[in-house]
Design a protein around this ligand. Structure first.
Ligand SMILES: NC(=O)c1ccc[n+]([C@@H]2O[C@H](COP(=O)([O-])OP(=O)(O)OC[C@H]3O[C@@H](n4cnc5c(N)ncnc54)[C@H](O)[C@@H]3O)[C@@H](O)[C@H]2O)c1
Length: 349
């Protein structure tokens, strides 16, 4: 009956009542999705990382619901992404007053909100702005989805992860297994640069990158590369520096237009996908991440972790290091200790 009314609506366009019942409204559509999977929120979804990240997440078959939150432009990004014919249902949320709705019921929350680096800036220079943003967003998580796995991308990761931990402690919901600083881009770069030197396909290469996510705290363990291989001292020096300065390479090339966004979105989705496979119960899901750790004397450290139903269920030891790596580790720890303390103090203020 409705269908006939709709088809014939043009015959009597002046009858407003008729028109009202005849037009098929979007809210009345049956299709609300329903693919089995996990609920994922992206906070900062309209940004340089957020947009390609949202697109790639919409393509992930493990995602059934995708919430896109930002303080600007999220309706446009949501409308755009929602037209992709993949399973995930996409909903947009704009501004602080919609943060709670964006977070309620989420299984995984990915956070690329904040300002990126410009040439001449270190990740630490971003601290003051991004620390406040991360604090607010994590307060929302504490309230609305305290059991979600959090993937924190906002820099400086070495300080924002300790800030998030303090927020969660204050709210009484802190579970170290569920808070993961995303260092995957360092691994992605390391795999690519090492593959270039070895003349291999990057997909065959696995480089553990430990420590943190800034300058000398990024410590690639070239002695543990798979497939097993060896490097000359010059190659080791070249690769270590290039991996540590990979972010700066992009910042300089973009010349004021921001930092890595596309490769970061790729890395973020690779990492989030690993978290989702862990949540699903897959065995043997192992990736590097910056987590609460007892591997060194520092409270947080990036190493390989095993991802499972409850997050980072196992934090792996460093394994045997060569002399070059042992020296690098000492440098990394010195700087990392300061950055971690900076995050903790921000919350104690
Ligand atoms: N972990 C890593 O490996 C890695 C790599 C690259 C960049 N980053 C970091 O990721 C962050 C984002 O980078 P980008 O290039 O996408 O920046 P961007 O400026 O393009 O996007 C950031 C987005 O965050 C949003 N935002 C700001 N305040 C917010 C708030 N309170 N709540 C929600 N959203 C908010 C902005 O509106 C913007 O859309 C930066 O801190 C950057 O340093 C991390």
């Amino acid at each position: 009956m409705q269908r006939i009314a709709r088809l014939s609506a043009h015959l009597n366009p002046t009858n407003p009542q008729m028109e009202e019942s005849a037009i098929l409204e979007r809210v009345n559509c049956r299709a609300k999705g329903g693919a089995p999977g996990f609920k994922v929120a992206i906070l900062g979804a309209a940004g340089g990382i957020g947009q390609p990240l949202a697109m790639l997440m919409k393509m992930n078959p493990l995602v059934s619901v995708l919430h896109l939150y930002d303080v600007v432009n999220s309706p446009g990004v949501t409308a755009d992404i929602s037209h992709m014919d993949t399973g995930a249902v996409v909903r947009g949320f704009l501004g602080q007053q919609q943060l709670e709705a964006a977070l309620t019921g989420m299984d995984v929350v990915v956070i690329p909100a904040g300002v990126p680096r410009k040439p001449g800036m270190t990740r630490d220079d971003l601290f003051n702005i991004n620390a406040g943003i991360v604090k607010t967003l994590c307060e929302g998580i504490s309230k609305c989805c305290p059991n979600a796995i959090v993937n924190l991308i906002s820099n400086p990761v070495n300080s924002t992860v300790p800030i998030a931990a303090e927020v969660f402690k204050k709210a009484g919901i802190y579970d170290p297994k569920r808070l993961l600083g995303v260092t995957m881009l360092d691994v992605v770069r390391a795999n690519t640069f090492v593959a270039e030197v070895l003349g291999l396909d990057p997909r065959e290469v696995d480089v553990p990158v430990v420590g943190g996510h800034a300058g000398v705290t990024i410590l690639p363990l070239l002695s543990q590369v798979k497939p097993p291989c060896s490097f000359t001292p010059e190659e080791t020096e070249y690769l270590t520096k290039r991996i540590q300065d990979g972010g700066t390479e992009v910042v300089q090339a973009k010349a004021g237009a921001g930092s890595a966004t596309l490769s970061m979105a790729y890395a973020a989705v690779k990492f989030a996908d690993a978290c989702l496979r862990g949540l699903r119960g897959d065995a043997g899901v192992v990736e590097c991440a910056f987590v609460a750790s007892q591997v060194t004397e520092l409270p947080f450290f990036a190493t390989k972790v095993r991802l499972g139903r409850t997050g980072a269920e196992e934090v792996y030891q460093l394994g045997p290091l060569n002399e070059y790596e042992r020296a690098g580790l000492e440098n990394a720890k010195r700087e990392l200790a300061i950055s971690i303390q900076k995050g903790v103090s921000f919350m104690k203020k």
